[in-house]
Ligand binder design. Structure first.
Ligand code: AHR
Length: 324
């Protein structure tokens, strides 16, 4: 009887001993799920909401405990969220930075706390790249180049001058900087094209419409092309073009970036000419990297997502299989 009680007591304290042993179970091993703190930019576009859905669903499927924070397009909110993740001692931090600069201090704090940081979607501009483990996301410079190449090809038989207005993304953000850079790299080599106006529409439909209205007011019928850094701004601008009595897709050629369902619908209606794909469905890939980083495995410093370009002739066939 005495031996039986001793055995029962030993079985009862076994889990406690394991927890105190300080091994894997202490850092989110097999018996405790990994906790991931994720700070999202906001909900500014169809792209972003698809990105959020992908991350939440993938965390659930991977058995990763997700602490999700929406920064509402404000860097100060993201810095607060990262500090709160550090204070809560999450296992891994991931974030999609609103803008490129201003991250050194908080990333040093995460490093000092021994918490690995994964950057997703948008890049950070830091002098010490050991402050983050990897960047998973699109090649925004290449997206800008693809938009310009599509335009040059579409207008190969047209004589110049061809006047372009540009709707930029959020000022200081990686996609706004890179998509402008890539576009200019290609378009500037063709003397027929000229960017006559360029302003930020903050990646939103409302701002895209507002800025396009101002472009139309200032330039009248002088605009041949609209290049928008995302589909949402293009969709807002299309409304402005129609309200000005012009036909988007015909009087003004419209090319944008993302490849959201709304862009495919606009292409099928003949109002948008082309969209360069930017894939937001990076959740499963992110969770895979989170697990590897947490397990101490080496991962590539840069992971690029594969993407393509769609125009109106491909829209109807591609639409049913679009997932965002
Ligand atoms: O960082 C990716 C960009 O952010 C998307 O192209 C845009 O739609 C979003 O707001």
């Amino acid at each position: 009887m005495k031996i039986r009680s001793l055995l029962l007591a030993a079985v009862a304290v076994l889990p406690l001993l394991a927890a105190c042993s300080g091994g894997k179970s202490d850092k989110g091993g097999a018996d405790r799920p990994i906790t991931l703190g994720f700070s999202q930019v906001g909900a500014e576009s169809e792209w972003r909401t698809a990105n959020t859905r992908s991350i939440k669903a993938a965390a659930k499927a991977a058995g990763i405990r997700l602490k999700f924070s929406d920064a509402q397009q404000k860097q100060e909110n993201q810095i607060k969220a990262l500090r709160s993740f550090i204070a809560q001692r999450v296992d891994v931090i991931a974030f999609s930075p609103v803008v490129e600069s201003g991250w050194e201090t908080v990333l040093r704090e995460a490093k000092a706390a021994g918490i690995p940081v994964i950057v997703t979607d948008r890049a950070v501009d830091v002098t010490d790249d050991s402050l983050y483990t990897t960047l998973i996301g699109s090649d925004f410079v290449e997206e800008g180049r693809r938009a310009a190449r599509w335009l040059i090809d579409d207008m190969k038989d047209r004589k110049g001058p061809i006047n372009i207005v540009e709707l930029q993304g959020t000022v200081g953000s990686a996609p706004a900087i890179d998509r402008q850079k890539g576009f200019h790299e290609v378009i500037d080599a063709d003397p027929r094209f000229k960017v006559i106006r360029s302003q930020s529409g903050d990646f939103t439909r409302a701002k895209g419409k507002e800025v396009m209205e101002a472009f139309l007011k200032a330039e009248g019928k002088n605009i041949d092309v609209l290049y928008a850094h995302n589909d949402d701004m293009a969709i807002g601008a299309i409304q402005a073009i129609e309200e000005a009595g012009l036909q988007p897709g015909k009087d003004i050629t419209v090319v944008s970036i993302d490849g959201v369902k709304g862009a495919f619908q606009a292409m099928m209606a003949g109002k948008l000419n082309a969209t360069v794909e930017c894939n937001p469905l990076i959740g499963p890939q992110l969770m895979d990297i989170v697990k590897k980083v947490h397990a101490g495995q080496t991962v590539p410093k840069r992971i690029i997502v594969n993407e393509s370009v769609f125009d109106r002739s491909q829209a109807a066939a591609a639409f049913p299989s679009r997932q965002y």
